[in-house]
Write a new protein. Sequence first.
Length: 201
Amino acid sequence: MLLRSQVSLFVYVWYLMLVLNPHLEYLLMTGPKIQDDLFAILLRFRSHKIAVTSDLQKMYRQVNIENEDRNFQKILWRDNPSSPIKTYRLCTVTYGTASASFLPTRVLKQLAIDERSNLPKASEVLLHNCYVDDVLFGADTLEEAEKLIPELQELLYSGGFKLHKWFSNEKSVLERTIKTEDSKNSCEIIDAKSIKILGLE
């Protein structure tokens, strides 16, 4: 059992460690909330006759960190206990850090803003219908959906992102628009009666 003085000393040492040698996680800024409200995204998603959802593949790994900031993302590694320790710098956003949710979201917003004149409908989807790495959108006609899906793929591909795990209540839309031959398993059309989207079925 710890005495009161021992607890006080422990708290004091812990405080000094934070002040004198703070962990990177305590210093990183989280950034503001820039995504639309989840409730609004879900309402818009459910208002379409044809609903489509997809997932941004390895979203965090597609966003590079500035070269001078990579020194703050070092990891130590060795293959076995007898081999020398190697130091690696992580070059992309590291999932789980304080700023990880903001950085890719901000990149996606900027991509949509930059390409708004070329791909206006896809840009609107990216600006207002993304939640973390899930893209939820839809259309009122088959023709609209068949035009929007390739535009969205083109927009995201121009920024180095790829969509996968496609779902729709209209399977024929995905079969006609999603190209799987460009890379192995780039998308998978799953036939299911109901699916969970953002925890809702």
